[in-house]
Design a binder for this molecule. Structure first.
Ligand code: PRP
Length: 182
């Protein structure tokens, strides 16, 4: 285990099994259709990379980046697109892929934004869901794990850009972020 982490919340083997399960479900639900998976940078990159390899229907993927806001400005609810899609979405079946839904501000905004571009459908897939922090409603169709309100890192999730490459989801030791002014 990484020395900055308090404990392992979700081991690698459980993530792996969940990704396979979600991939199977998605493949079944979209049988006979073509999919466009949209990963939200940067956190969702690792989940998306693993998930698309478990999907058996024709699938393309693209990325969006949105402004990330510190905890203090979250309540403003402002989300800004920093990088938009390279492809059009009109008539396409979209799944937005996230590593975590926390306040819901990001996904609530993105779902509305993408829906306004005339896709055939828009669904949300997230590896982690932290419902206790929700401010805006988000309809999650494909969900990996519901987690408690703890600071988690790994498998794409960061603290100050670190720990994204850890293979499992870990609870960060509060000593790491205390007195850092975030
Ligand atoms: C995280 C996560 C979601 C968003 C969820 O991204 O990947 O995009 O926060 O939070 P919300 O439900 O409160 O809106 P972050 O801004 O940390 O950027 P990152 O993916 O680059 O780490």
């Amino acid at each position: 285990m990484h020395p900055d982490c308090e404990r392992i919340l979700i081991p690698e083997v459980e993530i792996r099994a969940k990704v396979v399960e979600l991939g199977r479900r998605i493949s079944k639900d979209y049988a006979g259709k073509e999919l466009l998976m949209i990963g939200i940078l940067k956190g969702a990159m690792i989940f998306l990379a693993d998930l698309v390899r478990e999907i058996s229907v024709p699938t393309r993927y693209d990325f969006m980046a949105v402004s990330s806001y510190g905890a203090s400005s979250k309540s403003s609810g402002k989300v800004r697109i920093l990088k938009d899609l390279a492809c059009g979405v009109e008539g396409r079946h979209i799944i937005i892929v996230e590593d975590i839904v926390d306040t819901g501000l990001t996904l609530n905004y993105l779902a509305e934004n993408l829906n306004s571009r005339d896709p055939a459908s828009v669904k949300i897939c997230t590896l982690l869901d932290k419902p206790s922090r929700r401010i805006k409603p988000v309809e999650i169709c494909y969900k990996g794990f519901v987690i408690p309100d703890e600071f988690v890192v790994g498998y794409g999730l960061d603290y100050s850009e670190r720990y994204r490459n850890l293979p499992c989801i870990m609870v960060l030791n509060p000593k790491v972020y205390m007195n850092k002014g975030e």
